[in-house]
Write a protein that binds this ligand. Sequence first.
Ligand code: CP
Length: 302
Amino acid sequence: MIKHFLSLSSFQKSELLSLIERANYFSFHKNQPDKIHHLLKHKIFANVFYEPSTRTRCSFEIAAKRLGADVVNFVPENSSVKKGETVYDTLKTLESLGVDGIVFRHSDDNVFDQIHNKFDLPLLNAGAGKNEHPSQGLLDLLTLYQEFGRLEGLKIAVCGDVKYSRVAGSLFVAAEKFGMEVYICGPEELLPTLNNPQVKHANFDEILPKVDAVMMLRIQLERHESLDLDAHKYRSQFGLTSERVSKMKSEAIILHPGPFNRDVEIADEVVEHDKSRIFKQMSNGVYARMAILEWAMARGNK
Ligand code: CP
């Protein structure tokens, strides 16, 4: 039985559906604290983020508090990391101090491979390098499920910095589980080599009218050593403008994990377009993470 939440690949399709349905339950009962506030009472989670975050860190904290748990927000910049303490020793210290689970983000793709076997408490992946961001994957699945009532057979275009995107990494895993078709678009140097039968390259303007959802991705300048990109040219080739939105299917939706750069990969007016579910994704982040924290506490040794 797995106890860490590290990758969507560790879950059966039925287990992912259970998490999605539980998150959906939390979204319906958000204004009924008597139904949910006792579920993780007396539990303490540590938020340990070695990379910046707004959505993931805050929504894990809010999720924990909605379930009655407490949260310690560990900030590496103000900690003994500055005195040379390693990641492993930092997490082991928090375990020794008695936290019940650690929500952890780091820039290293493989950071969990080296440490997860050494922890009794659940480790929850809040973003590992450019590898996976499974809690974002779950909230994206929840958003699609709420919209279409199913995941099987959905067609999704992903446009932008796909090669360096852990959000896309988790979506690709989910696509294989649920038989979704994912079409990746963007400058050639930002597209990964494909090894997943559910993921194909596509021309953005040609695929746009055929998909159920388009997921726009930010150019992650922080993950590129050098990138010679003309912003104006990028916007005209790959930006989601109102004109491009008008070519989407009537029921199709727009997704973006955030943070977004208005008027770069997505036009300012498209961010809050009727088709946009970007802020819904953020709200769903709390519900998806409530389901993840509850799942983790049902498996942890504590
Ligand atoms: N989507 C996402 O991971 O956003 P943050 O980096 O703000 O957590």
